[in-house]
Design a binder for this molecule. Structure first.
Ligand SMILES: Nc1nc2c(ncn2[C@@H]2O[C@H](COP(=O)(O)OP(=O)(O)OP(=O)(O)O)[C@@H](O)[C@H]2O)c(=O)[nH]1
Ligand SMILES: [Mg+2]
Ligand SMILES: [Zn+2]
Length: 333
């Protein structure tokens, strides 16, 4: 797929045009624009996107199918936009309002795809089944740190565990709590932990992210039982490598805020980031980085590598250190 690159001048112009359209919409949401075929400019929020085809909810939460005007770039779930009704059933999005945050997901080496915009927090969903993937949690944490978005770890399906197994799992997750991340134990099946979940979601925009089959859609279905949400059988998915949710979708929550379901991932590379950023994404390593003997330390084998020393002595988590090395090896390939 070829990637269109805009020159600085074009970028500036696009931004200026967008700003003008946003300003225009703020001034007159009732007056028609110059073009007869366009209805008045309205604000809306993107609740799902299939490429250039979007669903936009207006301020009364009514949904409209919309296309996107050229040159706007990717428009994603959670984007606040200016749109116009066309003479047909459809609408057209003419501007994206400035984003507060953007969560991206790498698709190919060096290429990133925006997943969701204007997010306050990422809920990294994990579960004992299909498997607890701690390196995937680390990858999401790095991406959230870099994007400046708060991350919460949601451990789902705890109904499947005996008290003893739950204790063992808590022991495995403890590292993250020690680092200051919130961890929630939950079951979309039994509802245990739902009070805490509702509390954490209240009045915020959250996105659920994680491996396929951990129960992201089931969690939303638990919160919003009247919504039509597809939930897949785990067995089918594992056999066919199928993902049940194929596009991100935003749902409004009863007590304010919104929640975004996103397709499961098999892997989550961090290729688009320079090595220094990835290191910085491991927040407990930040203070140690300048202390290594060699300035160009790869933190792998060098003598005087403080990061390795502290991981070996147990001052830093050896598992997180191994996770970092794994990610860096992939990035350097
Ligand atoms: N026992 C148990 N099963 C659950 C729970 N939550 C989800 N499941 C099951 O896990 C399977 C996968 O659930 P989904 O909600 O489709 O998973 P997902 O994360 O949305 O998957 P993708 O859309 O492919 O990314 C389904 O069979 C659910 O019934 C839970 O709390 N306990
Ligand atoms: Mg799903
Ligand atoms: Zn080092």
């Amino acid at each position: 797929m070829s990637k269109r690159r805009l020159t600085h001048k074009q970028l500036r112009q696009t931004k200026q045009n967008q700003r003008k359209r946003v300003e225009h919409a703020s001034k007159s949401s009732t007056h028609s624009t110059q073009s007869e075929t366009l209805g008045p400019a309205q604000f809306g929020i993107v609740t799902s996107n299939f490429g250039q085809n979007l669903v936009v909810q207006d301020e009364q939460h009514h949904s409209h199918r919309c296309n996107v005007r050229q040159n706007l770039g990717s428009v994603v779930c959670g984007d606040e936009v200016v749109w116009h009704q066309l003479a047909t059933e459809e609408g057209i999005v003419t501007a994206i309002r400035p984003r507060r945050s953007l969560l991206e997901r790498p698709v190919h080496r060096g290429d990133a795809k925006p997943v969701a915009a204007n997010i306050d927090q990422v809920l990294i969903v994990t579960a004992p089944v299909p498997s607890l993937q701690k390196t995937l949690i680390d990858r999401y944490l790095v991406a959230s740190e870099i994007a400046g978005i708060n991350a919460v770890i949601l451990v789902n399906k705890i109904d499947l565990l005996s008290a003893k197994e739950l204790d063992a799992l808590k022991g495995q997750i403890e590292t993250y709590q020690d680092l200051g991340y919130s961890v929630l134990y939950f079951s979309a099946k039994s509802g245990v932990g739902s009070k805490e979940l509702v509390q954490i979601l209240k009045s915020k925009n959250s996105v659920l992210a994680g491996q396929s089959g951990v129960g992201k859609s089931s969690t939303i279905k638990f919160l919003l039982p009247d919504q039509e949400i597809q939930i897949g059988e785990l067995a089918d998915r594992l056999n066919l490598g199928k993902h049940t949710t194929t596009t991100s979708q935003l749902f409004h929550l009863e007590h304010g805020g919104a929640i975004i379901d996103s397709p499961g991932v098999r892997d989550f590379g961090l290729w688009q980031y320079p090595k220094e950023k990835i290191l910085w994404g491991f927040k407990e390593f930040r203070d140690v980085l300048g202390m290594c003997k060699y300035r160009n330390c790869t933190h792998h084998h060098e003598p005087g590598c403080k990061l390795r020393e502290k991981a070996e002595s147990g001052e830093l988590s050896a598992e997180r250190y191994q996770s970092l090395l794994k990610i860096l090896t992939q990035v350097n390939l």
